[in-house]
Ligand binder design. Structure first.
Ligand SMILES: *Cc1c(COP(=O)(O)O)cnc(C)c1O
Length: 423
């Protein structure tokens, strides 16, 4: 459930009409609902009832805005980070280091040193080479790094290829069959302190079966590692639970069903469980608000040309993602249209032959479920200003990232001396 609902025939975010925000900050703009963020956290927490002291480490890459992180920090969430920058952002937003998990295949020595200095909860290692490097960085810093290996259980996640991470040929993790040797190797390294096992098989999963298969393999691995003398106290089950983008498709499994499965599979593990949800927390807490520039006739269907483009919302171009597109003031009339942005790429297409609210030039539309992997991936391609973000809380709203205008973009470039005479 989200807090973007029609009231008196127009779309609101909580108690604020979206049209009011569009008037003030112009479009395109991302709008987030605090009440939806809070609700998603509470739904997940309650779905995990009975699990002692779980650490919910929000996957910062899904939406790293400082105000979003601060909202989640206040609710007690930790952070799953994939760069030194995300550690800095998380700390700045009030997430304590002891709730930060550092994932990623390409951690640099500088990032490792920084993470050790601030004292993150766990490093999720993805290769033996990384283990060696972390050990030597930790030794030179005079500390021991708390580590888990991210294991690759070789299960197909049944999602888009670009967000599948747990199959054998994936760049992520180490093959689960190689894990005992990897832990033996790591246990001999002076700078590491083994504490856990981690797994994350992909994103936007719409079926619990691959997760259950992966967790079952992790449970077997934990028993094997313990039998070989490894001290396993933490199991990081990753993120990946899908959210409903298209209300006409079967809903992804509920957090409640996920929690039930996790309780069942992990009952005898005797570990602290760690979760890394991203999309589940922020996906449906955001919309991308956009205005129709014009409508152009098309061979099969009209083109609704909106002022948002693939640089603002990359998911359709990158993942063939489907976002519901609703009129902010629907007339009740529907039509079939293509929705495209102004960028000079055919990939700048949000919807093809879409049955949707009929709209005309000047109308506002909302791209739903645009809180995750949306603003986070936005760019200024085609010299388009960086899209602003707004957070709503009840009847209040605030700009949480202003639009970065073209003057700032030009000012960020530098003309070398040899061009200055002519520029
Ligand atoms: C991206 C990512 C997540 C979050 O995935 P969601 O599908 O947004 O829940 C969690 N853990 C790791 C290691 C990730 O890379």
């Amino acid at each position: 459930m989200d807090h973007f609902q029609l009231r008196n025939g127009e779309l609101y975010c909580e108690d604020v009409p979206l049209a009011e925000i569009a008037e003030a900050v112009e479009t395109p703009a991302y709008i987030y609902s605090t009440a939806t963020l809070v609700r998603h956290v509470e739904v997940l927490q309650s779905a995990l009832h009975g699990i002692p002291n779980p650490l919910i480490a929000y996957a910062v890459k899904a939406n790293p805005n400082a105000a979003v992180l601060a909202t989640l920090a206040q609710l007690g969430l930790g952070a799953d980070v994939v760069s030194g920058g995300e550690i800095q952002r998380s700390l700045a937003a009030g997430i304590p280091a002891e709730k930060i998990v550092f994932s990623g295949v390409g951690k640099t020595e500088a990032e490792m040193r920084y993470a050790l200095e601030v004292g993150v909860f766990q490093f999720n290692l993805e290769s033996l080479d990384e283990a060696d490097t972390l050990s030597s960085v930790a030794t030179s810093t005079g500390v021991r790094a708390p580590v888990a290996f991210r294991v690759n259980p070789d299960v197909a996640a049944d999602t888009h290829a670009k967000i599948t991470t747990g199959v054998a040929e994936s760049k992520f993790g180490i093959a689960i069959d190689d894990a005992p040797a990897a832990y033996a190797h790591a246990s001999a390294l002076p700078g590491l302190s083994i504490q856990g096992v981690a797994v994350h098989i992909g994103s936007q999963l719409t079926n619990l079966a691959p997760l259950e298969q992966a967790f079952t393999k992790v449970g077997e691995l934990i028993a094997k590692l313990r039998s070989e003398g490894r001290d396993i106290r933490v199991a990081d089950l990753g993120g990946g639970l899908g959210v409903p983008y298209n209300p006409d498709l079967p809903h992804p499994p509920s957090p409640e069903d996920y929690g039930e499965m996790v309780r069942r599979i992990t009952r005898d593990w005797d570990v602290r469980l760690l979760f890394e949800p991203g999309r589940l927390i922020v996906g449906n807490a955001g919309v991308l608000l956009s205005r129709v520039v014009r409508v152009k006739p098309g061979a099969a269907h009209p083109f609704v040309i909106v002022d948002a483009a693939m640089n603002d919302l990359m998911r359709p171009a990158l993942y063939d993602a489907w976002h519901k597109i609703d009129a902010v003031r629907p007339t009740g009339e529907q039509w079939t249209a293509n929705v495209v942005g102004p960028v000079c790429e055919t990939g700048d297409t949000f919807a093809t032959a879409r049955k949707m609210d009929r709209t005309s030039a000047g109308d506002l539309v909302a791209f739903k479920t645009a809180g995750a992997y949306a603003a986070a991936m936005s760019s200024t391609y085609n010299s388009r200003p960086l899209t602003p973000e707004v957070l709503v809380d009840g009847s209040s709203w605030a700009i949480i990232r202003p639009r970065v205008g073209i003057e700032s973009l030009i000012a960020a470039d530098r003309i070398p001396d040899w061009l200055k005479a002519t520029a």
